[in-house]
Design a protein around this ligand. Structure first.
Ligand code: SIN
Length: 330
């Protein structure tokens, strides 16, 4: 008897599930409208051998990803882990909006246990054009993501878009409109999906640093509040001072990510305010506002978020929230 293998597709919303009133409209649409099972039925019809594969769809949330909150990603992480633990599951595909995909991917990278990331593919995908478009990119991306699961060799969270496979730690949205909207910094793409086959060009079976570093609590009473600030010419400390003085309904600020210039330099006007923040127990993490490259060299220990690692300000924010919430594993 042939035992069917299962591919689970978890829907989070986004443009891949977006709908416009006119098929010719690629930008005036509402994201997160088409249910994930409808998408899957339309996109994968006839592409999988029904004797060998079955697809299970689950709508986790249905959102424009700009509005994603930590509870959404925590729920996603729970559902991903649940399905990856099931013996019959070959891997999981997640459909997600592009706008915060690199944050969602990094959240999963940090919170899905290492053994699960190593054992089975976890592939995120997306689209730049809505499902209602004349020439949508979502169907091909979804097929490519499924092909990456079937390939079976991916380890760690990957993002498949525009025929490219990106590691969750490296992926960045670099274009506002193009269907090739993503790039990989600090090491390049992991591979390409071509006509249903993955051509790997990197060590696809290696987990990248930080994988599964945090164990999520069941349901945090409050997610730590971490804000992202920038250093730029004529920057002033007013924003930091205002944040330190603010006591909103969600509490005071717990951490600040400062996107510094170049290799971690900070405008002199910000330094006293940052010192003040640290003295008041607010965690300050320095990253670079450069699109690529790690913070390197002496003098940054204790200030740089992750010396020698390429981390965007938005990824550093995800990581800092998790660090403040849960102790990381060695
Ligand atoms: C979103 O991020 O949910 C909307 C934009 C997109 O998916 O491209």
């Amino acid at each position: 008897m042939v035992v069917k293998r299962e591919i689970v597709v978890l829907g989070m919303g986004g443009t891949i599930a977006g709908r416009a009133s006119r098929a010719s409209d690629n930008v005036g649409y509402v994201a997160g409208e088409v249910p994930v099972d409808v998408l899957v039925n339309e996109c994968l019809a006839g592409s999988l051998d029904p004797m060998a594969w079955q697809v299970l769809c689950e709508q986790v949330v249905q959102k424009d990803s700009k509005d994603m909150v930590f509870d959404d990603w925590a729920l996603l992480a729970q559902r991903v882990a649940h399905h990856l633990r099931r013996a019959e599951v070959a891997g999981v595909v997640v459909t997600h909006g592009t706008d915060t995909l690199e944050e969602g991917a990094y959240f999963l990278h940090l919170t899905i246990p290492q053994d699960l990331q190593q054992a089975k593919p976890l592939v995120m995908t997306c689209a730049m054009r809505p499902a209602s478009a004349l020439a949508p990119d979502g169907p091909q991306n979804l097929r490519d993501a499924v092909a990456a699961v079937q390939d079976g060799r991916a380890a760690g969270v990957v993002v498949v878009c525009g025929g490219e496979v990106h590691a969750a730690t490296r992926v960045r949205k670099t274009h506002t409109y193009s269907t090739r909207a993503f790039a990989s910094v600090g090491g390049g793409v992991l591979g390409y999906v071509e006509e249903g086959c993955v051509r790997w060009c990197d060590a696809c079976a290696t987990l990248l640093p930080g994988a599964g570093a945090h164990v999520l609590p069941e349901r945090p009473a409050r997610w730590p509040r971490v804000e992202v600030l920038l250093s730029y010419s004529e920057a002033s400390a007013d924003l930091i001072d205002a944040l330190l003085a603010y006591q909103g309904p969600n509490g005071a600020v717990d951490g600040l990510v400062l996107a510094a210039t170049g290799n971690g330099t900070v405008h002199s006007a910000l330094e006293p305010a940052l010192g003040n923040a640290q003295r008041r127990g607010v965690r300050v993490a320095l990253v670079s506002r450069c699109a690529d490259g790690a913070l390197v060299g002496a003098g940054l220990e204790g200030r740089a978020f992750a010396l020698g690692q390429v981390v965007s300000p938005y990824q550093a924010r995800i990581a800092l929230v998790l660090q403040l919430l849960t102790p990381s594993k060695p």
